[in-house]
Design a protein around this ligand. Structure first.
Ligand SMILES: [Zn+2]
Length: 182
């Protein structure tokens, strides 16, 4: 999507790059931010406003197509070149389900409908919280969007090396969520 800042337009579910960066200046007055002691929130030396550094919500989809899983090969760091689920950041004011459906469309060309939340994934020291949804394909054609090097389907029993440590757990949680609904 042209005009959007790169940070909010990427494939990443669990980026540790950039998202834990501390801002240097106050969003209220432009004054310098300082932290009184390690682990404290930074505050503005000029106007005193505290800079609240909120988590960043990302959403991913487990897309099943004819019994196989749709994965995208990442065109950006971290883990460039590795395979992961279609995913991206949720825009402010956007429904999480809507973000999932948009990201899948942008990255894979598939039109999907979000079904249920498979799980919510977070780690200490990582600003990104990832919401993973089960989705149903309702249209479109599989083709890699500008943020993916490649998009392909894989047998869930023989997935390629996945980009993030928790990706294997996500597949297991997704399979369990299906078993519970049978
Ligand atoms: Zn200030």
């Amino acid at each position: 999507m042209p005009g959007r800042p790169v940070l909010y337009n990427c494939v990443v579910p669990f980026a540790t790059v950039r998202t834990m960066e501390q801002p240097s200046f106050c969003s209220n007055c432009g004054g310098r931010l300082a932290t009184a002691s390690p682990g404290m929130r930074p505050g503005c030396v000029a106007c005193g406003r505290i800079a609240y550094l909120d988590p960043k919500l990302a959403a991913a989809a487990i897309v099943a197509l004819e019994g196989k899983l749709v994965l995208v090969r990442r065109a950006i760091e971290p883990s460039i070149g590795k395979w992961s689920f279609p995913s991206g950041y949720v825009d402010r004011g956007e429904a999480v389900e809507g973000a999932v459906e948009r990201e899948v469309r942008e990255e894979t060309g598939l039109h999907v409908k979000a079904n249920w939340l498979v799980g919510l994934y977070s780690q200490a020291g990582n600003a990104v919280v990832l919401a993973v949804y089960d989705v149903t394909v309702v249209g479109g054609d599989l083709c890699a969007g500008p943020e993916a090097l490649e998009v392909k389907t894989f047998d869930p029993r023989s997935l390629p090396e996945l980009a993030f440590a928790h990706d294997g757990a996500i597949v297991a949680d997704w399979e369990r969520s299906h078993a519970l609904r049978r």
